[in-house]
Design a protein. Structure first.
Length: 129
């Protein structure tokens, strides 16, 4: 488990808008490590956050950086339910999350945003695979 910074980017809710944004990052040779799109907001973990932010600001995107948690969890039924329940039992709301696992992989990468990252890290200590 680690704290990471992600980009929080306002994206127009129209066909092609996400492709344009991702194209700008591609032109800068910035790799996307994780992405979530929530109607008109993209949350993106990239290889070079500062360069990515600069490239998008130059193209008039509204961009912020936010600190979130990245967890590597076992890819088996109930693992994420356990994490969500543990946070809830500690009174920590899960503001949003996104993640993925490749077919056949033993672990899944999950990005979590909670109001108190340090407390969440303590609550989730030992949960990762």
């Amino acid at each position: 488990m680690e704290k990471i910074r992600e980009l929080f980017v306002v994206v127009e809710n129209r066909p092609g808008a996400l492709g344009e944004l991702l194209g700008y990052l591609s032109k800068e040779k910035i790799n996307i490590e994780a992405i979530g799109l929530f109607q008109d907001v993209a949350k993106i973990s990239v290889t070079d956050l500062d360069r990515a932010k600069k490239a998008l600001l130059m193209r008039n995107y509204e961009v912020e950086t936010r600190e979130v948690l990245r967890l590597e969890l076992d890819n088996k039924p109930g693992t994420f339910a356990f994490v969500a329940s543990r946070l809830a039992n500690a009174g920590l709301n899960l503001d949003y999350c996104y993640g993925t696992v490749a077919k056949g992989q033993k672990t899944a990468a999950v990005i979590l945003d909670v109001p108190d990252l340090d407390r969440a890290m303590t609550v989730l200590e030992g949960v990762e695979h």
